[in-house]
Write a protein that binds this ligand. Sequence first.
Ligand code: SF4
Length: 432
Amino acid sequence: MGAKRLKAIVARGSKPPAAIDKDRAKGQLVWFKEHYDRAKDRFHQLGSSSAVMALEASGILPTRNFRDGSFEHARAISGQTMRDTILVHRGTCYACAVACKREVEVKDLGVTPKYGGPEYETLAASGSLCGVSDLNALALINQLYAQYVLDSISTGAVIAFAMECYEHGIITKEMTGGIELTWGTADAVVQIVHLIGKREGIGRLLGEGVKRAAAELGSGAERFALHVKGQELPMHDPRGKKGLSLAYALSPTGADHMEAPHDPLYAGFHAQGHPMGVLGLIEPLDPLTLDAKKVRAFFETQKVWSSYNSIGMCDFVGTPLNGLELEPLVSYINAVTGWNMSLYELMKVGERNNTLARLFNSREGFTPDDDTLPPRMHEGIGNGPLKGQSIDRDEFLAARRTYYQMAGWDPETGQPTAAKLAELGLEDAVKS
Ligand code: SF4
C-alpha cells in the first residue's frame, strides 16, 4: 500500500450484515452459550492480566529485560490486585460473551475508565520488565499509551532496554535529560513515555525501537536489545515454554506471542475428547521439550490461529484458549457465508496465509539468518523456579529445520518449495 501511495481502503454499506442461514448461525451461538461459563473463565474474571501470577508461578514472568523469570512484586501488579483495587467495570468487544476487557479508575492520577485498563502485556512490559511495582502508575502508563497511540509491548520493552543500558553506562543521565533511569522507577517510565510520544530528547532515539536504538548507541548495547526481525520480544519467555521459540523466530512479523498457542496448552492434550484431538493432537507435551512432536504441535496449531486471523476470530474465544471448538466454528462459518467449508479447508486457509507471508518475506530479502532468537534466550534465566533454564542453540536449529521440512520449505533457503506451492494452489504467487 505504501509503494502505491495508498493510505487506506474503506468499504461502506447501508444494510447490516446478515447470516445466510440465520437459524443455523443462531444454533451455533446457543451451543457456545451452553458450553461457556463466565464464572469459570479466567479471561472474564481477571482478563489477560490473569497471566501475571500464572507466569510468576511458572518462573517465566519477564523481569528486568528478561534477565530474570520471577518478579518479587508480581502480586502487586497482578490481575487479582487490579480486581480488588482499581477495577470499576468489565467491558467487551461488540456482542462478545467473554468480556475480558478491564476498565480502571485512579482519580488522583487522572486515570479514567474511558481508556480501559492495562492488559497483561502492559503490566509486564512496563511493570516487571522495568522492575516497576506501582499498579496505579501502570494504569496511568496504559492510558498514556492509548493517548499517544504507542504499542505497549514495544514501548515497555525499549524502556527496559534503556534501563539496562543506563545500568551499564551506555545511556547516561546527561542523555536522558536528568532522568534517573533505574529499575523500578515508575516516574522515570512515565517521563520516558512522554518523551517517546512527543519524539523529544532521548525519546527520539528510543522511539525507533530496540534494534535501531542499539545500533546507534553502539558500545555493546546490542546485547540488551531483545528482538526478532526488529520486533521487540513480547512478554512471554520461550526458555520456559520452548515451542514459543519457534513462534518468535518464524513469525513473518518478528517476535509474536499470538502466532500459535503456547506450550502449557500442549501439556493439556489428551485422547479423551480434547478439542485439538480433531487435528490428531492427543499426546501431552512437556513445555521444556523442543523435539519433533513439539514442532508438529506448533505447526498444526499455528494454522488454527492463522485461520482465526482470516475470519476475524478472537484467540481468547476459540479453542484451545477458550470454549469455541473447531467443528462448531466451521459450522458457524458455513451458516454465515452459505459455503460448505470443511475443517480441512479451514486449516489450509491458515497454512496458505503462513506460506504467502513467507513468500513475501523471501522476496523482500529475509533468509533463515533472520529466523533466530536474541542471544539472551540461549543464556540461563537469572532467578526463580526455572533458574538456569535456556534454549539450546543446536536443539533450536534442529527444530527450525524440522519445521521448514514440515511446512514444505527448503531446509537450506527457507523458501517454500514448488511442490508445496502447487499443493496449496499458490503457483501464481511466485510468477508475478
Ligand atoms: S472479543 Fe476477545 S478481546 Fe474482545 S472482549 Fe471478547 S475475548 Fe476479549
